[in-house]
Design a protein around this ligand. Sequence first.
Ligand code: HEM
Length: 215
Amino acid sequence: MHHSRVSPFQRIEMTFFYVVLFAGTAVILWESRDYFLPGRLHGFIMERIDLAVEDWWRYTLITHVAGGLICLVSSLLQYSKILLKRAAWVHRSLGRIYGLSIIMVVFPTGMALAFVAKGGLSGTIGFLFLSFATLFSLLIGMVAIYRKNLRSHQIWISRSFALVTSAITFRVLQLTLAQFNLDYDQIYQGALWGSIAINIGFCEYYLLKTTKQRK
Ligand code: HEM
């Protein structure tokens, strides 16, 4: 019998990764229900009552949330080595859903919403950066796998995934920063830039580690 060499520390890291990913996705799914249930008005729409009267904004936001949820859910199993080994076609199908949801929905709607986002200019620049960085890292990662460059695929898709899942970190940070004596815009801007920085940090740490493992 061959046993894989997973250290106790790596086990803790993997558990942390999956707990945050699954719990975060579940919470966002649950918290988004009011966008889709008839006769309900989501709290976020009420907060932005000046924009809520604009049809384009409401439809773009609801499309964005639906696309973001599809994107998140389709990514949940993509780091499973077992899935990749036993049923690579599932990884490929989920990957296509993930890629298409970003290219067709999350990127264009995220970009449009960015121009009127909370947090003023800093919010707009942050969300614009997030949408373009997500799209470009995804495209580089897709081209890499069409060229059968597995390592480059892993690196660039992981970067796009880190940016997509900043939606989870964003909400954790928002709740954390709300405990301090900060005004609303400061919390929003801090959560936005902070979540991007934290997720890219974790991602580059993971990529460095997997580089060392290959040597
Ligand atoms: C990675 C690229 C993404 C970008 C650039 C982006 C951008 C935005 C922008 C600009 C807004 C409006 C914020 C405002 O008006 O203040 C927004 C709201 C929202 N986004 Fe995204 N987003 C992204 C990914 C995601 C993902 C993956 C989800 C997962 C479901 C998601 C779910 C939401 C939700 C639920 C809202 C409504 C606000 C709230 O409930 O807090 N987004 N997004």
